[in-house]
Ligand binder design. Structure first.
Ligand SMILES: *Cc1c(COP(=O)(O)O)cnc(C)c1O
Length: 399
């Protein structure tokens, strides 16, 4: 398939077809092909002779060279992800989402540079800015997720990167991504977006002007709570820096994990539709409950981010939050402990529903989180929402 053909296909079709090359799934001597690449586990690659070894250029992304540079499982997953972001040059894979974020920031920033980081960012992303990047001499300014075009006032001559996360994964503010990326492009500043909540199906990041789209594949892309990985998908302009840094840092992902991730990815379109639908059913039910202060879900019409969400997103995922009105933390604990269909645990985006208490007030710095009501975060899975609602009813009874 030519690149133009691929880009004209709709996302659900690209999800099914991406990364499927005949040379990875069949051998003429076997008389046929399998659908998915078998797992190619490798450290050593064997060459025919010394001339063959010497002739192999080592900056390869789709020819066997050495295990760390990947095997067909790695390339198939990377290609499938690249196909989801029209205009992307390629995708790099990392052992976790945090590793992807850190590697991207390390690749694109140097001592003396200034970074603008959204105040609603995932907490370990902040930890990397305040820790290793600060030690390297990179200065970070946190900015209001609702700043939009006002970002222009925060730019300095040293500003090299603007990092976005939309919606924020604890507090669910929707950013005006096109307004920010347009300003960044005019000033020659790179933008990087943590797109884990939406995935490219709900928010094609590069089409909205983003240079580097990050995903924790651990969440929706994998979708089964059994493997960890992260990805960076980038434009041609940024790609060489990212790839060079990835080769220098040497973080390899296992072919077994890539095969599992690719298996999850193939069904992302149907899972995401159901996560979104179930999540909305639960969110709407919560919004009508007297015990609930507010529901933080951009697809609800009363949400402050609703207009931007409606303009820019193709749908909703199943992760959102809500506050318990006028109660203390002990009551929140009773509520959560009374649930039986929600696992209590970190991560999200798997087929099973999860719940966690969350406390954004302790994480912010540029903007304050002043809501005194305790916050609960739900990842709505693929169960029947009526059963989840009955379970939440038991939680309210325990308040
Ligand atoms: C989980 C998460 C990450 C980190 O991903 P891991 O694979 O757990 O390292 C990054 N960003 C967001 C928004 C996340 O929810």
């Amino acid at each position: 398939m030519s690149k133009n053909d691929e880009e004209s296909l709709r996302p659900a079709t690209r999800l099914v077809q991406g990364g499927r090359r005949p040379e990875w799934t069949g051998d003429p001597r076997l008389g046929g092909a399998v659908v998915n690449p078998p797992v190619w586990r490798a450290s050593t690659i064997l060459y025919d002779n010394v001339a063959d070894l010497k002739a192999r250029g080592h900056a390869t992304h789709d020819k066997l060279y050495y295990g760390r540079r990947g095997t067909p499982n790695v390339w198939a997953l990377a290609d499938a992800l690249t196909d989801l972001e029209p205009g992307a040059e390629g995708t790099l894979l990392y052992p976790s989402g945090v590793a992807a974020n850190s590697a991207g920031l390390l690749a694109l920033l140097s001592p003396g540079d200034h970074l603008l980081m959204v105040d609603s960012a995932y907490e370990p992303t902040r930890a990397f800015c305040n820790g290793m990047l600060a030690r390297m001499g990179v200065r970070t300014t946190y900015y209001d997720p609702l700043i939009g075009a006002g970002i222009a006032d925060l730019l300095t001559d040293q500003t090299k990167l603007i990092f976005l996360e939309s919606p924020g994964s604890l507090t669910f503010e929707v950013q005006d991504v096109p307004a920010i990326t347009a300003i960044a492009r005019r000033r020659g500043i790179v933008t990087m977006l943590d797109n884990t909540w939406a995935t490219p199906l709900l928010f094609p990041a590069l089409a909205h002007g983003v240079d580097v789209a990050m995903m924790s594949l651990t969440k929706y892309a994998g979708g089964h709570s059994d493997a960890m990985m992260g990805s960076l998908t980038a434009t041609r302009a940024v790609w060489p820096k990212l790839r060079s840094a990835a080769y220098q840092l040497g973080q390899a992902v296992s072919p077994d994990d890539c095969a599992m991730m690719l298996r999850g990815l193939r069904t992302l379109d149907v899972r995401m539709a159901r996560h979104g639908e179930n999540g909305l059913a639960v969110a709407n039910w919560l919004a009508a409950r007297a015990e609930v202060g507010r529901v933080l879900h951009p697809a609800l019409s009363g949400d402050p981010g609703h207009a931007l969400w409606k303009r820019d997103f193709n749908g909703t995922s199943g992760l959102f939050g809500f506050t318990l009105k006028g109660v203390d933390e002990a009551a929140r604990t009773r509520f959560i402990d009374a649930l039986s269909h929600f696992g209590i645990g970190f991560s999200w985006g798997g087929y099973e529903s999860l719940v966690v208490p969350s406390d954004p007030a302790t994480i912010r710095s540029a903007t304050l989180w002043t809501d005194p009501d305790p916050l609960v975060r739900l990842s709505i899975g693929l169960e029947d929402p009526a059963d989840l609602i009955a379970d939440l009813e038991r939680g309210f009874a325990a308040l």
